[in-house]
Design a protein around this ligand. Structure first.
Ligand SMILES: [Zn+2]
Length: 130
């Protein structure tokens, strides 16, 4: 398993977008909000780190999901890759698009008040209503 300080490499399904991220283990969460559920098809597992730690190759399409955040995806294959607040210096990336082991562990479930009714969170990781 790589350590948290090692470079992670991610890609979409068509490989049109690839990226590397350093220090992606600052915050690892599963978001159960309605937008993340719609975008990912389930809850969304992501890592978060400063934008300066990312190197992205290819064309990312950005969707203004709200007044405060945008979501980045591959315009060719549709893979959901990034979430970026308009006011923070950090950006989240999908853990599911990382190629190979991440070396990371889930730290928290967030927005569990909005979670779907078809699953139970039972992994013992802390949960936040928002
Ligand atoms: Zn793609």
């Amino acid at each position: 398993m790589p350590s948290k300080t090692e470079m992670l490499r991610g890609s979409c399904n068509c490989k049109g977008v690839t990226f590397t991220v350093k220090d992606g283990g600052q915050s690892v969460s599963a978001c159960h909000c309605t937008q993340c559920r719609k975008q990912s098809g389930h809850h969304w597992a992501s890592g978060y780190t400063d934008v300066s730690n990312f190197e992205i190759t290819g064309d990312v399409r950005w969707f203004d999901a709200s007044a405060t955040a945008k979501r980045g995806f591959c315009p060719t294959c549709g893979c959901f890759l990034f979430w970026k607040s308009n006011t923070e210096d950090g950006m989240s990336f999908s853990l599911g698009v990382i190629d190979g082991p991440t070396g990371l562990e889930m730290q928290k479930h967030i927005f569990v008040a909005d979670k779907g009714d078809y699953y139970t969170i039972a992994d013992g990781v802390s949960q936040r209503e928002q």
